[in-house]
Design a protein around this ligand. Structure first.
Ligand SMILES: Cc1ncc(COP(=O)(O)O)c(C=O)c1O
Ligand SMILES: [Zn+2]
Length: 416
């Protein structure tokens, strides 16, 4: 049962009913979902959560949707202790939150499962989004499950895997000649004209709440403890701010003991408006024109950039921007040490983590959680030229041994 009570303006604090609205009529500030925390404090226990399903819906009390969930199994993904990567980087308590294994292979299934449920509750028949790729995949899949029409808008130059990963669910896939920021502008205009549920525009307050579940899960999986340091990739900045909101809520509700986590944010250098403002010690985002292989993070004018900067300031977190070469190295390092093939956003996070360690900004004994938010087959282009070629052989031992000898200069040891 949801304890959501109101929408509240993040700027002036005005309250609104739980309607499909997203900006304050008075100051144009963004709206956010508020809950009956007193009621939650009386009602919600660790045991109640632990008895719930192994999806984001175990936290239904803390989510803003009432209806039957549109559920294809988002959430409760593994939190892996990363001993090999930790050793390579010099960290003794490194964890990876592996959101590659969600139903459409990114964390976006969390936000979309909530948004689709709420949109159906509001009576919308069309689920839509402006996306850098992963969101479109997830909206198309959840709409299929919910029996809603899907209209997903993406930049036309997306990776093949991201296009295919939407098209397979049968949506209207609209490839816009332009950047994500162009796509977003078009969709904002369409949202005024048509009565569709744009999950990240007019349903955004509800959608964004889905990302809190990453904060809840990490604490629960650490044995109801708050990590010392979180490293999170950012595009709009929403995910980053909501993970922090999730951790704070658990502490308000007495479900974890409060200790201040440090929240650090990672972007690719070719699109790093949040980091650029952080480095200037400013809360003013200067929009950028993205040029990076990390296309999922390529938002030049991030909607939640200002709030991400506030979280960085409040938690003493760091901003890190990494080059495209570092992104590829990060993807390979993660795959070769931990067996996780992440997309470019994962490469951004691992590269940022490495940089923070090199700069002495992480203590080797801190409990660090790196958020790996999407899977690698969707961005195969990014790494394919940086990998070993297959060893091509005829189907004979002689051919195999000859190829191996050429490759390494030594034959494999024969058995017996
Ligand atoms: C894989 C991945 N990670 C992280 C993000 C960042 O999400 P946000 O826009 O909430 O900052 C995105 C956004 O599309 C993404 O696709
Ligand atoms: Zn307001």
């Amino acid at each position: 049962m949801s304890f959501a009570k109101n929408l509240r303006c993040r700027e002036c604090g005005r309250l609104y009913p739980l309607d499909p609205i997203y900006v304050c009529e008075f100051c144009f500030g963004p709206l956010e979902v508020m809950y009956d925390y007193e009621g939650l404090r009386r009602h919600l226990t660790r045991e109640r959560i632990e008895q719930g399903p192994l999806t984001i819906w175990r936290y239904a009390d803390l989510l803003p949707a009432q209806g039957e969930p549109v559920d294809i199994g988002a959430g409760f993904t593994p939190l892996l202790e990363a001993r090999n990567l930790g050793r390579a980087l010099g960290l003794r308590r490194l964890y990876l939150k592996n959101d590659c294994v969600n139903p459409t292979w990114s964390f976006k299934d969390r936000v979309v499962s909530v948004a689709a449920t709420k949109s159906r509750e509001f009576g919308f028949d069309t689920l839509a989004c402006a996306s850098t790729g992963n969101l479109a995949n997830s909206v198309a899949a959840h709409a299929a499950r919910a029996g809603l029409r899907a209209l997903v808008f993406v930049p036309a130059d997306l990776e093949v895997g991201k296009m295919l990963g939407s098209a397979v669910y049968g949506p209207v896939l609209v490839a816009v000649r332009g950047s994500y920021d162009d796509v977003n502008r078009l969709c904002s205009e369409l949202a005024e004209k048509y009565r569709w549920a744009f999950v990240n525009i007019n349903v955004r307050p509800y959608y964004a709440e889905g990302s809190k579940t990453l904060g809840y899960e990490v604490c629960e999986q650490l044995g109801w403890r708050v990590p010392d340091h979180c490293i999170v990739p950012a595009a709009s900045g929403s995910l980053f701010t909501k993970i922090y909101k999730g951790i704070k809520e658990l502490a308000w509700l007495g479900l974890v003991e409060w200790r201040q986590p440090r929240m650090s944010v990672a972007q690719a250098l070719g699109c790093s408006p949040i980091i650029e403002a952080w480095e200037r010690n400013s809360f003013d985002i200067r929009p950028q024109r993205p040029r990076t292989i990390a296309k999922s993070l390529a938002i030049g004018n991030p909607a939640d950039g200002y709030y991400a900067l506030k979280v960085l300031a409040e938690t003493g977190g760091y901003g890190v921007a990494v080059s495209d070469e570092e992104v590829v190295e990060g993807m390979k390092l993660l795959a070769e040490t931990e067996g996780i093939f992440a997309e470019t956003a994962g490469g951004v996070v691992v590269a940022a983590l490495r940089r923070l360690v090199q700069q002495g900004r992480i203590d080797p004994d801190e409990t660090v959680v790196a958020f790996i938010t999407g899977a690698g087959l969707k961005t195969a282009e990014a790494v394919q030229d940086a990998l070993n070629e297959p060893v091509l052989v005829e189907p004979s031992i002689a051919s195999f041994e000859e190829a191996m000898a050429q490759r390494s200069g030594a034959l494999p040891t024969a058995r017996g």
